[in-house]
Write a protein that binds this ligand. Structure first.
Ligand SMILES: [Mg+2]
Length: 120
């Protein structure tokens, strides 16, 4: 079973996505990138990460840059979730290594299809 980590400061997003993903994937939800980095450093290695952008402790773009600069983690695909439809932001994140960019509010089924295209 492939392992997917979702990082979002809204627990409700974690719950909704969990409903759609838990049967097919080993699904882990964490509320901020700091906890995600700790979790990775404990030796956990997800097949894909879904990350929100606007989060109080560390923003998703900072987390993305951290991951893509790290030799150990840079190959993990990261799908970004944004609440702002900004072409500039989308281009920047894709250039920085994001695997995909999904606008909130999103349909969990669309998220699932896009993720399948990346890791299946
Ligand atoms: Mg947020």
């Amino acid at each position: 079973m492939k392992k997917i980590l979702l990082i979002d400061d809204k627990a409700s997003i974690g719950k909704v996505v969990s409903i759609y993903f838990s049967k097919e994937y080993d699904f882990i939800y964490l509320e901020n990138p700091i906890k995600a980095i700790e979790w990775l450093q404990e030796g956990n290695y997800p097949d894909l990460i879904i990350s929100d952008i606007r989060m109080p402790e560390m923003t998703g773009d900072v987390f993305l840059r951290y991951m893509k600069k790290n030799e150990l983690y840079k190959s993990i695909p990261i799908v970004m979730l944004s609440s702002e439809d900004s072409t500039t932001e989308r281009i920047k994140l894709l250039e920085e290594g994001a695997a995909d960019y999904i606008l909130k509010p999103f349909n969990p089924l669309e998220l699932k299809v896009r993720i399948k295209k990346i890791i299946d």
